[in-house]
Design a protein. Sequence first.
Length: 401
Amino acid sequence: MTESVMSGSPGPREMSDGHRAVAFATCRITPEAQNAALAVLESGWVTTGPLTFDFERKFADWVGASHAIAVSSCTAAIELSLRALRLRPGTPVLTPTLTFCGAVQAIVHAGLQPVLLDVDEATLTLSPETVAAAASRTRPGAMVLQHHAGYPAPVPELTEAAGLEPWAVVEDAAHALGATLGPQAVGTLSGATCFSFYATKNLPIGEGGAITTGDPSLAEALREARQHGMSHDAWGRYGPSGSWRYTVGTDGMKANFTDVQAALGSAQLTRLDDWQVRRAELADRYDRALADIEGVTLPPRPPAGQHAWHLYVVRLGHGFRLTRDHLVSALAERGVGTSVHFIPVHHFPYFRQLLGAPALPVADRVFRGLISLPMHPHLTEADVDYVCGLIAGLARKGARC
Ligand SMILES: Cc1ncc(COP(=O)(O)O)c(C=O)c1O
């Protein structure tokens, strides 16, 4: 079997017009993963079952967490983790505005009230100062913090600034698989950490997510809650030693993970260490090639610990002679895919209607200059050099390009 690839710009790297196709992200499913998934499809058992439980153990071990609960998405993971806190409906939950809209939808779906906060200008994560100010204003019951691009947010400081216990903090680690805060892995720092296995994430499965926790009773509650609150999942009812009886002791969601996903995930996991190393090498190469371009701010590096390099996000500012939107278009015309992480959530009509129009000036300002460059472990050195050469050339020519 050959490796299957999904990317923004498939096909040969060299294009007939002399440009080079460099995809913003790819989803490579290795031949081993494809074979493992095929075996599941042929086995007659394709939903949550023994392979899911096996994947959960392997994933928890990779992260260094006591428990992992595999679910349908990171969005579902955040909602389940918040619901498990059993907060009163409408309780305020602090979260950054510079995040994925789904993470804020999860707060709304859990019946809670998102409180959108500004971000730190340097790291694009929450800052203890903004969190402390918002906490004294709103008395939050929880916080959903985000490790932007894979930069590890300072979880203990943010938890303290919010006046919360670690169990009331949910980490959105969709970008942060493999990140460490000093010596401690993201996934072991708070009550519940939520990961994504979406097609472009560091561990790509296509769709899926997981929650890691050190709390065995939370792990058990989440396993029930991902399957309608039922005491026995399908394997427990229809598996070899199953029984038809079950009870429902809590509210729950349909957010389970399948053995097909688990087969892909377990096989992909064997490549993750190499992929993480490659991402870090590519980030180093980008840093070196972009360092001297006026008006380009490189991504921050954690003072201690490991960036997960899910994304390579640069900021364009004074001295850079194109707007962000011009650069995005000019790169696209030359074969290079880019993205923007993120449109601040308070810019969207739905959230403005729901939450009003809070003043979040740092997010508003940095958003205008944000651009995420291609980043995935299958980029070559030549790809990175091509992208950086284009940016340098476009920066010299300015708006005339
Ligand atoms: C920061 C962040 N949080 C949450 C999500 C949602 O992940 P999923 O698609 O697995 O629900 C994403 C997805 O891109 C994300 O970037």
